[in-house]
Design a protein. Structure first.
Length: 73
């Protein structure tokens, strides 16, 4: 669901692994999801992916901070 699709886009599983690796550097200050366009989002695929990415980032940050409640293993 973006306004301009990319045929050779990034593999979501690899992106999540890379994000986790980057987060472990403890140098990340902020992050954002650049584009989710519900109007163009067939079956909410992009919205769901954005949610998974955000959830993964927050969960990884929780683990790195040794917070008690880890939501994913």
């Amino acid at each position: 669901g973006v306004s301009s699709t990319q045929t050779l886009g990034l593999n979501p599983e690899i992106v999540i692994k890379l994000l986790k690796h980057i987060l472990k550097s403890n140098r990340v200050i902020t992050f954002d999801i650049c584009e989710v366009a519900p109007r163009f989002d067939k079956d909410n695929i992009t919205s769901n992916l954005a949610g998974v990415i955000i959830f993964s980032i927050v969960n990884t940050l929780c683990k790195l901070q040794n917070l008690q409640h880890n939501f994913l293993t």
